[in-house]
Design a protein around this ligand. Structure first.
Ligand code: FPP
Length: 224
């Protein structure tokens, strides 16, 4: 049975879910947040050490302004209301991605990370304004600046995930089979599970099914 240390998730399908319910895309995001809470709880139960969630990509800025503002206000509300709960549950929050948000949001992110920095049970890596290609460009610039040799160890050291083991598995909901510029380096040997359900419909049972399937997968890392 494979141990599970790190699960990465592309939470896709909120917008379609909202429209399917004859409501708005933002309604879907609101419901998607409830799934986030369920999956965090279930990750704790499963003793998973790292959970990386793709909440906003560098490409998501192309969306209508009102949707972008809604997503960030949802995030702000979530952190304000839940950071103490996360802290009590020994959960560490880490943001990955470029932080060029409003002064207020940057401050909330900073405070949330600081508050939970010593926590050990589960680390949530929230990918915000994250894009894997720009992360890699930044890493290579770092290597050049520090005059480090180009090798795998040094590239990893310069990524935002430098202290985080690579994901064992990636789950993408929403019936779309692509990586969307998410953790391209880190997912090199991860098992990938594309799920048909839209993110707001994805539940604990679905999550546990994927984890069970993963545990039984033969991982050979290029060996036979
Ligand atoms: C993708 O669905 C989802 C996002 C771009 C945002 C993810 C946000 C949440 C799950 C809620 C907020 C989370 C936090 C942590 C505050 P989509 O909108 O691309 O769906 P679509 O493919 O149906 O358009």
């Amino acid at each position: 049975m494979n141990p599970i240390n790190h699960v990465a998730i592309i939470m896709d399908g909120n917008g379609r879910w909202g429209l399917k319910k004859k409501k708005s895309r933002n309604f879907g995001h609101e419901k998607g947040l409830l799934t986030v809470e369920k999956i965090i709880k279930e990750s704790l139960k499963n003793k998973i050490k790292y959970l990386t969630l793709f909440a906003f990509s560098t490409e998501n800025w192309k969306r209508p302004k009102y949707e972008i503002s809604f997503l960030f206000s949802l995030l702000e509300k979530f952190l304000k209301e839940k950071i103490n709960d996360l802290n009590k549950n020994n959960i560490k929050l880490k943001i990955i991605g470029k932080r060029n948000f409003s002064k207020r949001l940057n401050k909330i992110l900073y405070i949330s990370e600081k508050k939970t920095i010593e926590n050990k049970k589960l680390q949530i890596n929230l990918a915000l304004n994250y894009g894997s290609k720009s992360e890699l460009v930044y890493a290579f610039k770092g290597l050049k600046k520090k005059k480090q040799r180009i090798n795998e160890t040094n590239i990893k050291k310069n990524l935002e995930t430098s202290n985080i083991p690579d994901p064992d598995l990636l789950i993408r909901t929403g019936n779309t089979n692509r990586l969307s510029n998410f953790l391209l380096w880190q997912l090199a040997y991860s098992e990938i599970f594309f799920e048909k359900k839209l993110w707001p419909d994805f539940n604990e049972k679905d999550y546990n099914k994927v984890l069970k399937k993963f545990k039984k997968t033969k991982r050979n890392f290029g060996n036979i």
